[in-house]
Each structure stands twice: as C-alpha cells, then as structure tokens.
Design a binder for this molecule. Structure first.
Ligand code: 0X9
Ligand code: ZN
Length: 759
C-alpha cells in the first residue's frame, strides 16, 4: 500500500469511528482476569524471577523494593509459588477498563473521559466563549498526522509577557492528565471576568496549554489498547512505540531508558527522533518567553523537578524546593492529598531523556512534572473533578512563581533563633524582575507562633536592593512566624516569600539555643544495650564494616558523614567478606538506651539524631522512643521504615511528653519472624533547648526583689535621667524599666509600669 493510500485509509477509518458514539469504540486488546500487584522485591535474584512473570511493569523504576506489575492469572500463580510478598492493587484490569468505558458519556470533560476529537472540540468551545482571550495553537503534527493542538490564553494588550507551557498525555494511557489541563483552561477562560485573581494572572502570564502531547498513542488507547504508553512508531530495531519521555535531547540515552524497541521506556534511535518531542522542543525554543514548563503524568502523587538522569541536585534545587513545598501545601489544602516533592531521580527513579531535564538543562527554563492521583492508569471518572480541583492551585502557583515582578532573598540566610528582648534586624535583598521594586511596598508580616493576626512592619530601605526587616523586641519563648512581601513599582503586584505565604511561613524561636546533650559515639558515654530472644545483630559501638545486598548498602561502611569521627552504634558489626545475613538482626528486639538527661525548665527542647535503617522486605521497623520517667514508660517518637542512608531526624520533645529531669531515649529493632535482612545504625544524637536569659524583674527599680511603691522614684529617674539612675542605684539594671519589653526605656513603659505596680 502506498503512503497516500495508507493515509486515506486511515482518514476513512477515523471518520468511521467518529460517527460512532464513544462508548461503542471497543478496544481490541483485552485484559481479562489480569491484575496489577505491588510486589516487594527483596534481592536482585528475586527481581529477575519477578520480571520473568510480567510483560508490563507499571512502575518503571525497577529494583529491590516495591514495584507495580501487571500479571495474567498464570503469572500471578507463579508469583505466589515464589512466595514474594505482594498486594493486589487492581483486582481485574479488564473490569476496570469496562467500568470506565461504560461511564463514557457526553462532551463534558469532567464527568467522564473524552476521546481525542472531543478534546479538540472542547478547546474550540472555550475559544468560542472568549475569542478575545483564547486562541487555538498547534505545536506540530504527530507521526500519524494528527495535530498537537492546544489553547493559548492571555489577557488583552500587546507585547510579550512571561509564559508557561503545560501539557498532558505524553503517556497515552495516563488519561486523567487530560482533564486537568482542560480544567485549568476552563477556569481561566470562564473566570476571567468574575475572579480578580484569574483576571490578574491571565493579564500577566500567557498560558500555552496542550492537553494531549502524544495524539497517536492517545487515540490508540481508545481504539485498540487502553494500556498503551508510547507513541506509535514502528521501530527499526523491532517493537512498536518510542517513549516520548525518554526521547528528549539532554543526557539522552543514560540510566533509566532502554535501547530495546519493545521496551516501555524505549528512548528512540536518537534525541528528538520523534515528531512529538521535536514539536515541543521547537515550541519552547520559538517562544523564549516561556519561563515555566509542566509535564503532567500519572500516577503516584508526586511533584518533581530535574534531574532525572543523575542523583546530583540541580543548580536551582533550593528554588524548586520552595515551589515544591508551596505546591504540596496548596494541594493538601483542597482535598487532603499529600504529594511528595523532590527531584525525579530520587523521588521516583532514574530516568534519562525526560522532558524536564531538557527544558531545564537544555533550554534554561523552570521545568516541573507531576504524577497525579491513582493506583492505576485507569482512574474512576468520579475522581476527575477532585483531581482537577486539587492540582489547579499548584498549576497556578508555577505561573505565579515565574511571573513574580520582583524577587525577595536573604543574603545572610534566615535565623532559626532570634535573641529575645531586643530588636533584631534581618538583611533582605529585593531585586527587580519584570518590574522595578516599589521600596515603600516592602513589608514584614509577623505573628506569635500559632497566632492568627499578622503585625505589618515596613522594611527599612538601606541602599540599592538592600533592605532590613526589623523585628521588634520579643520576650523569650517559642517564637514567631513571618513572611515578607514586596511589590513591583508599575503594577503593584506583590511577590511573597516564602512562596505560598501565608499558608506557608518562616519561623524562628526567641532565645539562645543551648546544647543539653551531645553524643557522637566516639567515646563511651554510658548507653546500655538489652536484648530479648535475639540470635544475632546486637547493638554495638564500632567503626562499621559495610555490607551490601545486590545494589543496596545494608550496613553503612562509615559513620554519619555529616558528623565527626568514625564510630556509631550498629546492630551487629559486619564481618569483612562475610554475608549480609551474617551480621544483621535476627529475632530480638535489641534495645539501645541512652543515659539519663534533664530537660527540666527547658524551653522547646529538640532531640535530633542521624539514623540508618535497612530492611529488604519492608516489614521490620526501627522504633525510636522517649521516656520522661527514667525508662518506666515509653512514648514513640517515630517508627522508621527502610531508609538506607544516613537521615537526620528531629523531634520537638514537648509534642510527645512533658519534659522532666528524668529523660531517656531508646532505639529498638527486631526481625520477628526472622525472615529478612535488617540493619540499623545511629549516630550524632544532639539535644538542644532554648534558654532564656534571666533578666531583671521588670519594674523592680531599686532591685530589692519586690515590686512596690518604693520603685516609683527609681522608675521616674530611669526615664528622665539614666545617668542619675546609674549613680543612685549602682547595683541595679536600668533595663528593669523596660516594662513593655520593647527593648527601649522610654515613656512607652509608663502604662506597663503602672499596670505592674497595680498587680
Ligand atoms: O517513567 C516516566 O516517564 C514517569 N512515570 S510514568 O509512570 N508517568 O511513566 C516518571 C519520569 C519522571 N516523571 C515525570 N516526568 N512525571
Ligand atoms: Zn507518564
């Protein structure tokens, strides 16, 4: 068949499909009796056995640990025979697909899923509603000749402005991504005239939104195979489909991509070999005002950023953390769903040739990616609306972040503690971005920790872009929360720091942090070990010998690298050249208990420590507990699951037990039943608290220890003639006159003094 005949046939078939109601489009690939299981893989050897029992890995980060795989009944039986721990995520894939298909109805993208053409029609509908705001954009053409269509939304007015590019359905089967893009478009178009926030962002930012980046794959999931992921390329190396999220040209071909054309993560023959990725690349390059990019996937509830190809942090990691945390909070506020955030490599798995790596590393734009809701690629249509509602504020947040008119930063960092009873000034840098800064607009907003009303304090302009946020004198105590704002001079639009404020805030304690207890385990400070029914792996203080299982470090080779020295406590010293099972915990528990320490009278005591915990089958835990009655009763601080790296943990003691003079900590581990490799370690235990300087008794001007009328003369003298006061009361502290605690001795203290005298 010639190419043109093929094309005509395709069009005819396509038209034939269009005349049918969507629900009549029955996919021809069926998944009867197939299920998706989450298997906990315990070793490299087991991983090989497990992968032999599936044709479709749903989580592409395969390794020791949990993985999701689709299996036939026969494969499921084989897994059961292997005895690997697993749970069923989807009981019947075909039933799930059938239920989804039965629900397909009408043209509303938020009550059920829409086929490719209906998505296009919906975009046309939105454009027709507000042609003054919206237009159809086409990034290019897919391999099979479908348009990659989107919608551009921007308020009136000439001139370029910062833009964002968002798209869904890179992976064809991730249907829930499509309505989230449509929902954003819908909100912006319909809300422009009624919602001032939408009006404002649509005037400032251009939104280029493409619901379906992979049209051929998406159509194929409707006509033939609901579980199709890639595009529809017939590969020269065999197999069908290139993974459009492994085909981008930054560090293409590395870890987490495949050279095998039949593989779900096939990267293609060369970077940007696919028309869909090339079209998106060109869209980014041809629109240099695109400053923010978002690639929407499912599933897993994740917020991610570069890199995918390496575990190293990208240069803008801190900036991404700021946005990621604000998104996490914004999402959780809507329906309580918690989206984990971090770089692709460590948050989901290594992946090379992914879109965000190129858009950030190759084109220099802010690039993020989501994994949406679900425990399957088939998500019930009843979840479309809540999904759209919760991801919408996060989508707006990225647009806001890239379009902030000015930027706020802290050249000396942020304080964790502020000295009490005296004004404190924090250096702030405010730089112009798309606009100059309005210096008078720069403000500090602060409130007592957990308070409800913010006090507004205008920043002092030092010079140029340097400002100073002056916190008024505050009494010693748990502290305060705050955020900063500054506006652009021409529009008055505000930037906030931290992003997402006031839902997200900075905080600081008031007082001098002191170390109550600190142990790096280089010497014996009196920790004790007690074990029950233990056959191996008792807590011991050593310079550890590392042990390895497959690719995983089981016992660390070194003590906590962030601390000093070489020693820490581990559960059984590894034997050099020995097996991993030879020195891990068997039976138990084995319990490590600290010496007694006192937290009596301490403000906001904090316990911190570094722990290591490896458990290959994920069913054992490391328990960290605290006692305030010398070890008679114990309260759990945390139950730690597998996390085989040195991780710093921190606990605000008072949130668990009232601090007393009889505190102890303990860590316990067991492997019961004894069926796994279980190793724990602990290092650098530090306990800090705030101490409040004992100032003079306020108002006690003759320093006789009592507050009475005999203090009046001294008070008057202190206010009117400090030098005379110092002469008359040589042993007393004039700051006792600062009765309103604002750091100054002045007329502002009179009312407070009178109030103190009157009791
Ligand atoms: O493998 C992928 O491409 C992504 N996971 S998915 O299940 N949606 O296929 C993860 C790669 C990086 N993450 C995103 N780009 N969301
Ligand atoms: Zn995906």
């Amino acid at each position: 068949m010639s190419n043109s005949v093929a094309a005509v046939t395709r069009v005819v078939c396509f038209l034939a499909l269009l005349t049918l109601p969507a629900s009549a489009l029955a996919q021809t690939v069926r998944y009867d009796g197939q299920r998706v299981v989450r298997v906990t893989v315990r070793s490299e050897a087991e991983l090989k056995q497990v992968l032999e029992q599936t044709d479709d890995v749903w989580s592409h980060g395969v390794g020791v640990g949990p993985i999701d795989i689709r299996v036939s009944p026969k494969q499921y039986d084989a897994l059961q025979a292997l005895g690997v721990p697993m749970e069923t995520i989807v009981a019947d894939v075909q039933a799930e697909i059938d239920a989804e298909r039965a629900g397909v109805a009408g043209l509303d993208p938020f009550t059920s899923y829409l086929p490719f053409d209906d998505v296009q029609t919906y975009l046309d509908t939105l454009v027709a509603l507000r042609p003054d705001l919206a237009q159809i954009i086409v990034a290019g053409t897919s391999l099979e000749g479908l348009e990659i269509r989107g919608i551009r939304i921007r308020g009136p007015g000439a001139g370029t402005r910062p833009a964002v590019l968002y798209h869904g359905a890179v992976h064809a089967r991730e249907w829930i991504t499509v309505p989230t893009i449509l929902y954003l478009a819908d909100q912006l178009v319909r809300g422009y005239s009624s919602d001032t926030q939408i009006h404002d962002i649509v005037d400032r930012v251009q939104f280029d939104l493409f619901p379906i980046m992979n049209p051929d794959g998406y159509v194929y999931t409707w006509t033939t195979d609901r579980m199709w992921r890639k595009n529809r390329r017939v590969n020269d190396v065999g197999g069908v489909g290139v993974d459009n999220n492994r085909n981008w040209g930054y560090q293409w071909g590395g870890q987490g991509s495949s050279g095998n054309g039949g593989n779900e993560t096939y990267r293609g023959p060369s970077p940007f070999s696919e028309p869909e990725t090339a079209a998106m690349r060109d869209w980014v390059l041809n629109n240099p005002n695109i400053a923010g990019y978002l690639d929407v996937h499912s599933y897993g509830e994740l917020i991610m950023w570069p890199w995918g190809y390496t575990a190293d942090y990208c240069p803008d990691h801190d900036y991404y953390v700021d946005i990621g945390r604000a998104m996490n909070v914004a999402i959780e506020e809507v329906h309580g769903h918690f989206y984990t955030y971090g770089p692709v490599y460590t948050t989901i798995y290594p992946a090379s040739g992914v879109s965000v790596d190129w858009v950030y590393g190759g084109a220099g734009r802010t690039a993020m990616t989501f994994e949406l809701r679900g425990s399957s690629f088939v998500v019930p249509s009843s979840e479309i609306i809540p999904q759209c509602e919760e991801i919408y504020p996060a989508m707006l947040l990225l647009a806001n972040a890239i379009a902030t008119p000015v930027s706020i930063s802290f050249p000396s960092g942020l304080p964790t503690a502020i000295p009490p009873n005296a004004p404190y000034s924090l250096p702030v840098q405010i730089m112009g971005g798309s606009e100059a800064v309005d210096p008078a607009s720069a403000k500090l907003h602060m409130r007592p920790l957990g308070g409800s009303v913010f006090q507004e304090i205008t920043l002092t302009h030092v010079s140029g872009d340097q400002y100073s946020a002056v916190f008024p004198a505050q009494p010693c105590g748990p502290g305060l929360e705050y955020y900063l704002t500054a506006a652009g001079a021409s529009t008055g639009i505000e930037a906030v720091s931290p992003l997402g404020a006031p839902a997200v805030l900075y905080s600081a304690v008031l007082g001098a942090p002191t170390t109550v207890f600190s142990d790096n385990f280089e010497t014996n400070t009196g920790w004790t070990v007690q074990s029950f029914s233990l056959t191996g792996g008792e807590w011991v203080r050593v310079d550890p010998n590392g042990t390895i299982q497959g690719l995983n470090q089981v016992q660390p080779e070194d003590d906590n690298p962030a601390g000093v020295g070489t020693m820490c406590y581990v559960t059984g010293q590894g034997t050099l050249g020995g097996t991993v099972g030879g020195a891990d915990v068997d039976g138990g528990p084995t319990i490590l208990t600290s010496p007694r320490f006192s937290l009596a009278g301490m403000l906001t005591p904090i316990v911190s420590m570094y722990t290591w915990f490896y458990n290959d089958d994920r069913d054992d835990r490391l328990r960290i507990e605290i006692s305030n009655d010398d070890g008679q009763n114990w309260t759990v601080l945390e139950i730690v699951a597998n996390s085989n790296s040195w991780i710093r943990r921190e606990y605000a003691v008072a949130a668990f037990v009232p601090p007393t003079a009889n505190m102890r900590l303990r860590l316990s581990v067991q492997d019961v039943p004894n069926n796994s490799i279980t190793e724990a370690a602990v290092d650098d235990v530090v306990i800090t608290a705030l101490s409040c300087p004992a100032g003079p008794l306020l108002g006690d001007m003759n320093c006789d220890g009592a507050l009475d009328n005999a203090d009046i003369d001294g008070f008057v003298l202190a206010l009117t003639d400090p030098a005379a006061y110092a002469l008359a009361f040589p042993d007393c502290d004039i700051s006792a006159a600062d009765c309103n605690n604002d750091g100054a001795t002045d007329n502002g203290d009179i009312d407070a003094f009178v109030a103190l005298l009157l009791g």
